[in-house]
Structure formats: structure tokens, C-alpha cells
Design a protein around this ligand. Structure first.
Ligand code: HEC
Ligand code: HEC
Length: 274
């Protein structure tokens, strides 16, 4: 009897351990379909959501002052996507903005934030990308009328994610390194979003078929009177505190897949912003 109980306990323990252990591809799929949402730029967005049969095949044009960025195909297609790139080459592109041929990836890809992406998470994203369906489709080169920097900083090296038990610290990692919320929710400075000087102070304007939307501050000056649930509802469903439907380009369709623990961590961090 004693043996049977111990055996049953062992099975339960093994079962819950395997339910917990996530493969790298599973982690990558979760990140890509929720907080990281590379598809919010790398998939053509229509009023009815992202073009499902051309997931990550690029093709969006992002015009801005002095530039027309054309978002490339990052599916595993060998000719028009990144199917020939190695894991290390794709990591270098994401975290340091360098292609295998040595050229630099221009804005608005948020390389400055992706530099802080943990090794484990960037590897999971690459594992996911490498098993995507190849979708053929060549995208023309971007045009930048200003010089791109020779690099976005020194080599990245090893990066570890903060512990999930420290909610505010992990939340900060989510809204910077993984979700780059900070890039849209900080005001524009002379060299792009002023994420260092005025982090999360709001004011950047996004123009498109929806008109112009202004990303508000995410600190207490704006969210102080909001409940946790109101903040989570805005992030995951695109509905503001007063019930107004929010306009693009925030990736609500991806954020709706965010795990409850990740949303809790984001709110915990935003609450520290006075
Ligand atoms: C805000 C929009 C945006 C987001 C978010 C974004 N990218 Fe990009 N990405 C771009 C643009 C624009 C370029 C091309 C820039 C250029 O032409 O120099 C690019 C280039 C790339 C390239 C180089 C491909 C090539 O063939 O030159 C890779 C790889 C890439 N992105 C991967 C990713 C991954 C992975 C993510 C998510 C972790 C991501 N990007 C998130 C806009 C974005
Ligand atoms: C590509 C730019 C972009 C990104 C990335 C982005 N946002 Fe936003 N966000 C906006 C814009 C623009 C608005 C305002 C839309 C409107 O007013 O219709 C907004 C609105 C919001 C609101 C609602 C504010 C209100 O007054 O209704 C919250 C909360 C928010 N964002 C949080 C976040 C968080 C957290 C993240 C990261 C997980 C994030 N955003 C990522 C652009 C962005």
C-alpha cells in the first residue's frame, strides 16, 4: 500500500514536471504570438488583422521622416526569407541589428531594446522562426536618407532574464527587452524615442489609415486612477478606461495571448513609474 501511494505520487510529480517543462519552440511560439509580436511589423496588417497565410513574410511599408522602411520576409524561405541564416546570424540580426553580410538593419526595428533580450528567449524565438512555413516573397530595400550607425553598441555577449519571482523586475524586462512598449510610449527625441531621458512619458504620434494616434504616458500621471484590470483590458483587448476602442499600431491581437502572470508583472512594473 505504501509503495502504491509513493508510486502514484511519483507519477503525479512526473506529470506536472512535464506539463511545466516547455520546449524552446513552444516558448518561442508563445513569445511570438504574445508579448514579442514581431509579426506586428513583419506581417502585413489589415483592418481584419494580420494576413494569416503570409505570416512573417514581410511587405509592410513604414514611412517616416527621411525614410521609407520596408519590412523584410523573416520566414524560413531560403531565397526570399532567412532560411539560409544560422542561429547565431539570426541572433546577431535581432540583438545587434547586423545582417550576415555585415550591413546594418535600420529603424524602426527596436534593436536598442532587443539588445537586452535574454539568451534563452532569443534562442527560443530563433527556434520558432526556423520551423515556420517558408513563404516566398521578395521585399524591396528600405530607403534611409540619413546614415545608419555603424553598430548599435558593443557586442551583446551573455544576457540573463531577471527572476520571475521579482514581478516588477520581470515586468520591466517584458515592457523593454521583449515587448518594446517603451519605444512607442516614450516621446520622440532627436535620435528616435527618448527611452533613456523620458521613459514611458508618452507623446509619440502614429499616423496611418486610422488617422493619428498618440501613445499616452504609462506612468502614474496617466494610469494612476486606473484599476489593474482596466490596464490589462487595454493591453489585451484595445479598450480604454472609458470604453473607447483604441487604434493601431499597438499589437492588441498578439497581446491577447499573454499569460496572466506576465500581465501581472507588467502592471507591477508600471505601478513603480511615478
Ligand atoms: C517596429 C517594427 C519591427 C519590429 C517590431 C521588428 N522588426 Fe525586424 N525589421 C523591421 C524593419 C523595418 C526591418 C528592415 C530594416 C532595413 O531595411 O534596414 C527589419 C529587419 C529584420 C531582419 C533582417 C532581415 C533581412 O532580410 O534583412 C530580421 C532578421 C528581423 N527584422 C527580425 C525580427 C524579429 C525576430 C523581430 C521580433 C523579435 C523583429 N524583427 C521585430 C521592423 C521590425
Ligand atoms: C507600436 C507602438 C506601440 C507599442 C509597441 C505599444 N503601444 Fe500601447 N499604445 C500605443 C498607442 C498609439 C496607444 C493609443 C491608441 C489610441 O489612443 O487610440 C496605446 C495605448 C495604450 C494603452 C491605453 C492607454 C489609454 O489611455 O487608453 C495602454 C495601457 C498601453 N498602450 C500599454 C502598452 C503596453 C503595456 C505595451 C507593451 C506590451 C504597449 N502599450 C505597446 C502604441 C503602442
Amino acid at each position: 500500500m505504501k509503495w502504491t501511494l509513493a508510486f502514484a505520487a511519483a507519477i503525479i510529480a512526473a506529470g506536472s514536471a512535464s506539463a511545466m517543462a516547455e520546449t524552446s519552440v513552444e516558448r518561442g511560439a508563445y513569445l511570438m504570438k504574445s508579448i514579442v509580436a514581431c509579426g506586428n511589423c513583419h506581417t502585413v496588417q489589415t483592418p481584419n488583422g494580420p494576413l494569416a497565410d503570409r505570416d512573417l513574410a514581410g511587405g509592410m511599408e513604414i514611412p517616416d521622416e527621411g525614410m521609407v522602411a520596408r519590412v523584410p520576409n523573416i520566414t524560413s524561405d531560403k531565397e526570399t526569407g532567412i532560411g539560409k541564416w544560422t542561429e547565431a546570424q539570426i541572433i546577431l540580426a535581432i540583438r545587434e541589428g547586423k545582417r550576415p553580410d555585415g550591413s546594418i538593419i535600420g529603424p524602426p526595428m527596436p534593436i536598442g531594446q532587443y539588445r537586452k533580450m535574454a539568451d534563452e528567449d532569443v534562442k527560443a524565438i530563433v527556434a520558432y522562426l526556423q520551423q515556420t512555413k517558408p513563404v516566398a516573397g521578395k521585399v524591396a530595400a528600405s530607403e534611409y536618407k540619413f546614415p545608419l550607425p555603424p553598430a548599435y553598441g558593443p557586442p551583446v555577449g551573455k544576457v540573463e532574464a531577471p527572476s520571475r519571482s521579482d514581478k516588477a523586475a520581470y515586468g520591466r524586462y517584458l515592457v523593454t527587452a521583449l515587448g518594446h512598449c517603451i519605444e512607442c510610449h516614450s516621446p520622440m527625441g532627436a535620435h528616435g524615442p527618448d527611452t533613456e531621458g523620458k521613459p514611458f512619458q508618452g507623446g509619440a504620434v502614429f499616423k496611418g489609415p486610422w488617422g493619428a494616434s498618440v501613445a499616452p504616458a504609462l506612468n502614474a500621471s496617466h494610469l494612476g486612477s486606473w484599476s489593474d484590470d482596466e490596464i490589462k483590458r487595454a493591453i489585451t483587448t484595445g479598450v480604454s478606461k472609458d470604453g473607447r476602442r483604441l487604434t493601431p499600431p499597438m499589437g492588441f491581437g498578439y497581446y491577447k495571448n499573454m499569460a496572466a502572470a506576465d500581465l501581472d508583472s507588467i502592471v507591477a512594473y508600471l505601478r513603480t513609474l511615478k
